[in-house]
Design a protein around this ligand. Structure first.
Ligand code: C5P
Length: 227
């Protein structure tokens, strides 16, 4: 099992999918689970400030994660929410849900169950065959992962990537429009998870100067060291 954490715009989703494809492993996007939880709460009309109501909603959320790294899917109550959870509305609201400690406990329980279920004889190191990425995978969800990587990048590189994702361009105006949201989200998220510095035993990969393939290779090199 490979655990990858990092801030917004570090490239961890594309890199983790690439690593899973190259190693023939499943892929679990835990950020998508927090996004799906946020979508579900808004869909039900919950007040996100009502911690107990949000926690209850998440406990009854019918969530199904598709783990194929070539086309991961997210369904809530039978609805494909893969696109909807990437909206600005969800990106702005997600930290409010993700900083709810009862929500975190519930989603971590689901994440561990998915990781355990992915034990395949032919899987990675004959053990748990999944690449899981997020903010607290290396530290809390799977501190016993075979390989643990913190993916970082300079603020400039992260903002440019995020801007390209959201606006399709990384020109100055687009970067400026993305900046507040990205930095605020990282600041809020950092109050409940430690993903800005590597914990003991976690290897930092800085992708600022690397393209996608080079970053995948750098993470694969970390994996090779432990297998
Ligand atoms: O990775 P992504 O940007 O899709 O994550 C969306 C949000 O989900 C983060 O901003 C954070 O609030 C939350 N998250 C989390 N713990 C994780 C993964 C994501 O709190 N392991």
């Amino acid at each position: 099992m490979v655990a990858v954490d990092g801030p917004s715009g570090s490239g961890k989703s594309s890199v983790s999918k690439g690593v899973a494809r190259r190693l023939g492993l499943a892929y679990l996007d835990t950020g998508a689970m927090y996004r799906a939880a946020t979508w579900w709460c808004l869909h039900r009309g919950e007040d996100l400030a009502d911690q107990a109501a949000v926690a209850h909603a998440v406990r009854v959320m019918p969530l199904v994660m598709g783990l194929d790294p070539t086309g991961p899917t997210v369904h809530v109550d039978g609805t494909d929410v893969g696109e909807a959870i990437r909206s600005t509305e969800i990106s702005t609201a997600v930290s409010a849900v993700a900083t709810n400690l009862d929500v975190r406990a519930e989603l971590r329980r689901l994440q561990r169950a998915v990781i355990e279920a992915e034990r395949t004889p032919e899987g990675f190191a004959g053990g748990r065959g999944v690449v899981a990425e997020g903010r607290d995978i290396t530290t809390v969800v799977a501190p016993d992962a075979d390989a643990r990587v913190l993916l970082t990048a300079s603020e400039e590189a992260r903002l440019a990537r995020r801007s390209l994702d959201v606006h399709g361009t990384a020109d100055a105006a687009a970067v400026e429009a993305t900046k507040d949201q990205v930095l605020r989200r990282d600041r809020d998220d950092a109050t409940v998870s430690q993903f800005l510095v590597a914990a003991d035993g976690v290897v930092t990969v800085d992708s600022s100067e690397l393209d996608l393939e080079q970053t995948i290779d750098a993470v694969l090199a970390v994996v090779e060291q432990v297998t």
